[in-house]
Design a protein around this ligand. Structure first.
Ligand SMILES: Cc1cc2nc3c(=O)[nH]c(=O)nc-3n(C[C@H](O)[C@H](O)[C@H](O)COP(=O)(O)OP(=O)(O)OC[C@H]3O[C@@H](n4cnc5c(N)ncnc54)[C@H](O)[C@@H]3O)c2cc1C
Length: 338
């Protein structure tokens, strides 16, 4: 069991922020994880679980142990005429899981193509894109309870999934290490091509009867053209959640901005596009020293090089304040602040 001391965390976060961890250890299975948690030389250190580091912002060094999840494995647990139950190790790269499902003709994950990160972090914020969320195909997960070392199985209803929310992001935060996730995928998938530009992209390619692969390819093409690649410019995707507000708030905004982007979100509420609000407030393309707001995606804060996590956090606070002053709307950060 190799433990790195004073480890450089820059390669392990897609913002590319320079930060250090007092100790860092990788685990590939439950035994290695238990070994790290029980190691006498690491006892007393606070722990941080990391997958791909694509949804974290380090605003400080981590004075503790970083546990890098690299648990492998893709196994069919069972199947019937309609469905297959596929279990993935938490360290599998999310997009590899999607491609595996698509290649086998199992539907349900294709709209979630190319989301960065590892499978174990996906339930944390119930990842979603193009009209689909993790919870739509989620069956169960197994996690280690950190305080007593027992394994716990969580079924869907116990995870309290919501929009970019779950039990693991709230009450369960830092208390459980997710080791594997089981998905219930469809052998006769109903494709969801109505969201975003998927239909347009398929039409552009002359595809009228799309396959799972076609939908996945279309999503990959759209995402690649719209979202900044963290390998080129540091970022963690959407920095803020889309706020859900009472209808009256949206109506007040609409009197000044008739084009406000708003979507139904339950009786008396609508969801506003945070990116639209940020753009209207003039932040799109904002740049100061090594950090800023992406020039095409107002929802994405970026590290142009050399920014500190504090720089980016402080910029996010300025944006929060400005959106509140201008529209009376409270934005909430989606990215996990460390
Ligand atoms: C360019 C870009 C585009 C993105 N697009 C989307 C999108 O379309 N939709 C979307 O929902 N998200 C999106 N994201 C955000 C991110 O990809 C997801 O949140 C992803 O699930 C994070 O995975 P990760 O392995 O990188 O998690 P990390 O950043 O490593 O961790 C995130 C959180 O989960 C915890 N955690 C990680 N692994 C475990 C585990 N095994 N057990 C318990 N806790 C754990 C960590 O402690 C941390 O709090 C995007 C990010 C980028 C950079």
């Amino acid at each position: 069991m190799e433990i790195l001391r004073n480890a450089d965390l820059k390669p392990y976060n897609t913002f590319g922020i320079a930060a250090r961890a007092e100790a860092l250890g990788r685990f590939h299975d439950l035994g290695q994880l238990r070994g790290l948690l029980g190691a006498p030389e690491l006892s007393g250190l606070s722990r941080l679980i990391l997958g791909g580091g694509s949804n974290v912002l380090f605003t400080r060094n981590w004075d503790g142990l970083v546990l890098l999840n690299e648990v492998p494995g893709l196994d069919v647990l069972r199947e019937d005429d309609e469905h297959v139950w596929l279990r993935s190790g938490a360290g599998v790269v999310w997009h590899d899981l999607v491609l595996h499902a698509v290649a086998n003709g199992w539907g349900g994950l294709e709209n979630l193509s190319l989301i960065p990160g590892r499978v174990g972090a996906a339930p944390m914020q119930n990842i979603g894109a193009y009209g689909v969320e993790l919870k739509d195909t989620f069956d169960s997960l197994e996690a280690l309870k950190v305080d007593d070392g027992t394994m716990v199985t969580f079924r869907k209803e116990q995870c309290h999934f919501g929009y970019r929310e779950s039990f693991f992001k709230r009450e369960g935060k830092d208390r459980f290490v997710i080791l594997n996730v089981t998905f219930k995928l469809s052998k006769r998938p109903a494709l969801n091509t109505s969201y975003g530009n998927i239909g347009q992209e398929l039409a552009k390619r002359g595809i009228t009867a799309p396959t799972l692969r076609d939908v996945s390819d279309a999503v990959i093409a759209i995402r690649s053209s719209k979202l900044p690649d963290p390998k080129v410019i540091g970022n963690a995707g959407s920095f803020f959640k889309n706020p859900v507000v009472p209808l009256a708030v949206a109506d007040a905004i609409r009197t000044e901005y008739p084009d406000v982007a708003a979507y139904p979100a339950g009786e008396g509420y609508v969801k506003l596009a945070a990116g639209w609000l940020i753009e209207k407030a003039g932040w799109k393309g904002f740049r100061e020293d090594g950090f800023g707001v992406h020039k095409d995606q107002a929802l994405v804060l970026v590290n142009h090089g050399g920014a500190t996590g504090r720089n980016i956090f402080d910029l996010s606070t300025r944006i929060l304040v400005s959106i509140h002053e201008r529209f009376g709307v409270e934005l909430e950060r989606e990215v996990n602040i460390i």
